[in-house]
Design a binder for this molecule. Structure first.
Ligand code: C5P
Length: 311
């Protein structure tokens, strides 16, 4: 029996709860589909205050329970990315993947905010603590990258540039807090379908590596007006082609005085930038009144990545 397994055998039953944030993409620049089936990206993620919470307790095999809005849309079988996270970590440290996970959904399902990725990141951290594996964050990040392009960012949070598939991260210097309104839709958009539409619309896609200089400056200067002008998403046209009503949401937000409004990642969530927390409340009331979404939430960013809530 390995050291890990021996320690796990002697340990009293307990629960570990970890919280991980959803993200928005302040900029997403996408190149042409590569031979590996992925698109090269240059993206700037910001973690926002909409969270997934995962509680891991000992179990026999892997059991996944889900609660919260849209819980019924989340598959609980072995393909769930949280179950894949359990297996990846268990294999890495040499224990049996015996755990019960309870996922409390706070991030919209298939909403372009990486809620499933947040579940996977939280699961890695929770099981690492439950099994007293003590892996370094770098090691967890390597496992995370195997699970999905957005999982490493949910581990680290704050604001970061993602290269490669979006998984090779560099932190970005930011000051201050930005206030967002999220216009969410109950019907999700499958990421692969949006990328396929992007390929159809943009056969000669290429990334301009210098395009986000203004964005970086806006973040460093805590300047929401400049940030609003610098928001960019190469996938937006594809998301709008699949869901034209998102264009109306963006227009409603702009007409209401938003500093910027953009589809987050592959959508359908629209991220709307406000001047202040107070302005975010005004914008959210307008979006609610004009019916530009199924649910509207105000959030702030950046926030930290996956963090253990229970000892
Ligand atoms: O990595 P992840 O599992 O989140 O990606 C889901 C799907 O999104 C991939 O199977 C691929 O079709 C698409 N994708 C892509 N290029 C990326 C990231 C994701 O084409 N950089």
């Amino acid at each position: 029996m390995s050291d890990w397994a021996e320690r796990a055998r002697r340990r009293p039953a307990r629960a570990v709860t970890v919280r991980a944030p959803g993200k928005i993409n302040l900029s997403l620049r996408c190149g042409a589909l590569g031979d590996d089936g992925y698109h090269p990206l240059a993206t700037t993620f910001q973690a926002v205050s909409l969270f997934e919470e995962v509680t891991a307790t000992e179990g026999a095999g892997i059991t996944i329970e889900v609660s919260g809005p849209q819980a019924e849309l989340v598959p609980t079988g072995e393909d769930n990315v949280a179950a894949r996270a359990v297996r990846a970590l268990a294999e890495h440290i040499g224990v049996d993947p015996d755990v019960t996970l309870h996922l409390r959904k706070g991030v919209p399902v298939a909403g372009g905010m990486a809620g499933g990725s947040a579940d996977a990141a939280a699961t890695l951290v929770a099981c690492d603590a439950l099994w007293e594996a003590g892996l370094a964050r770098e090691e967890l990040a390597e496992l995370a990258a195997e699970l999905g392009s957005d999982v490493p960012f949910a581990l680290v949070g704050h604001t970061a540039v993602g290269a490669g598939r979006g998984h090779l991260l560099s932190p970005v210097m930011t000051r201050g807090t930005f206030h967002w309104v999220l216009a969410m839709r109950s019907e999700g958009l499958p990421t692969p379908a949006v990328y396929a539409k992007f390929d159809e619309l943009t056969p000669d896609a290429a990334i301009d590596p210098d395009a986000d200089v203004d964005l970086m400056l806006a973040l460093r200067q805590a300047d929401p007006v400049a940030l609003g002008a610098a928001l960019h998403n190469d996938l937006q046209a594809a998301a709008l082609a699949l869901r034209p009503e998102l264009g109306e949401t963006i227009e409603v937000a702009r007409d209401a005085g938003a500093l910027g409004a953009i589809v987050s990642g592959s959508g359908p969530t629209v991220a709307v930038l406000a001047r202040s927390a107070q302005h975010a409340l005004v914008l959210s009331a307008t979006l609610r009144a004009l019916g530009g979404a199924d649910e509207v939430r105000t959030v702030r960013g950046p926030v930290q990545g996956a963090v253990v809530l229970t000892p």
